[in-house]
Design a protein around this ligand. Sequence first.
Ligand SMILES: Cc1ncc(COP(=O)(O)OP(=O)(O)O)c(N)n1
Ligand SMILES: Cc1nc(C(=O)O)sc1CCOP(=O)(O)O
Ligand SMILES: [Mg+2]
Length: 570
Amino acid sequence: MGYCSCSQLLSSLISFPKSCSPLSTTQVIPKGFGQSRVSGSLFANSRMQQTMSFATMQEDKGLLMKTSDDNSKLRIPHVLTVAGSDSGAGAGIQADLKACAARGVYCSTVITAVTAQNTVGVQGVDIVPEDFVAEQLKSVLSDMHVDVVKTGMLPSVGIVKVILQSLKQFPVRALVVDPVMVSTSGDVLAGPSILGGFREVLLPMADIVTPNLKEASALLGGVQLETVNDMRSAAKSIHDMGPRNVLVKGGDLAASLDAVDIFFDGENFYELRSSRIETRNTHGTGCTLASCIAAELAKGSSMLSAVKVAKRYVETALDYSKDIAIGNGLQGPFDHLFKLKHNIHNSWRPQAFDPSDLFLYAVTDSRMNKKWDRSITDAVKAAIEGGATIVQLREKDAETRDFLEAAKACVEICRSHGIPLLINDRIDVALACDADGVHVGQSDMPANVARTLLGPEKIIGVSCKTPEQAHQAWVDGADYIGCGGVYPTNTKENNITVGLEGLKAVSLSSKLPVVAIGGIGVSNARSVMELGVPTLKGVAVVSALFDRELVLTETRKLHALLKETPTHSN
Ligand SMILES: Cc1ncc(COP(=O)(O)OP(=O)(O)O)c(N)n1
Ligand SMILES: Cc1nc(C(=O)O)sc1CCOP(=O)(O)O
Ligand SMILES: [Mg+2]
């Protein structure tokens, strides 16, 4: 390839003026996005020392940022992908560009190899010389403010070293490593010699590494990975190589009905499940997932939240594209930009909502907080620490202004933990504090109106006591339903009890995931979950968590009990 001569030509044309320094300070224009930043990576820390304070970054509230060099200029979150080109455009650089575009993030590209590739396989690979990879990196990083670097196909250890040097010179906020080795068609994209480069150079710098089963096995010297437990051990061993977070992707796990991934942050394991989509169009899912994680990090998400959103995005894109036909080979590409072609409609609405979040749903209560003399924020922190997977603020007696202030603080807390926060009844408060969504009852704002007000990306839950109401909630564009009261409760006056039979009937009929509510606690949660209906994802609880002295302890107890209850999903 003519890269060298081309690069000589370009270097004579390009100079890097001092004013283009990538190390300019930033100032953020609040746009109500309000997500916590990735906690300081190696790069973030070194960047912090050289330039802006990382604390300032953590206070970022928006997607649109101003550079302090020129206050009239706005910039959008920026991912740089360092990867190979796929002529069929299903994977590699092309997938990364489409994924970032779909997630609303700017994407620049450094090409490490050019592949001649289609849906049948890889017909040829031409590796870009190391010095020209270095030159591309310098061009982008010295001029543009890159938030996150994502790596894909790295065909030589020399290229890995070039990336190390470039990132030392031009630190970024996070590094996402997709340790690509073999294409979906089974063709080798980076031979075993790359493993040393991954283990010794790239992983110790990475904020997250996202191996599939084969890649995880290769990184670990060829161990067999056949079960979810094997994936957990692999995540732990790979974490020991230095990355801050590990996502082992279990898409190829033979025995599993769902697509199960294991996320490990060095302390906790998270089993992330999504339904397995029956389709041949899976070429490029790994690149897309990693790019989407990078895009969400660039916007300011926490790592767990970025991973969840990315997984959901890939699942939705695969589902949308399952029947499209591009090429004659065994593994076709999918359509990243499905969002552009569809009006807002249930099935294709891009959702950040993961039904497994309904597992342990903590619903606060203003009277109980008052009774136990604790603030809403302390109640929420304790519930999250105890294992709550989603939180709803149900503050019936609070003054609007106080409620809004508390809700804003709770949004910050929940976002930093990757836990969705919903507001009960009050669409106005949900909008004002940029909560993740609302929960409405049959006499509150109708769900379809709430959807119009909140837009496609917010979560909407609806209380339903009958299959008809559950059907209407689905038609109206809700994300889940709350079904109760399963047992009598003192928390909600004049509440009709539907019992386990009512819950079962509603859950069996529902197209939406269901959370059970009403009089549920450690004494009866097991009976609820043992109904074993696939749509029934968890329990929502008020008094058993909050009408207690020790919220953390009670939440922990209930979480442990739910974990050991055999259900459809665990
Ligand atoms: C998860 C969940 N399910 C049901 C309800 C009840 O909502 P609603 O019927 O609107 O009653 P109030 O909570 O407003 O009294 C809920 N809040 N959460
Ligand atoms: C808020 C609410 N909604 C219900 C419904 O049936 O829709 S029952 C309920 C109260 C749940 O509180 P506790 O866990 O203390 O019983
Ligand atoms: Mg209500």
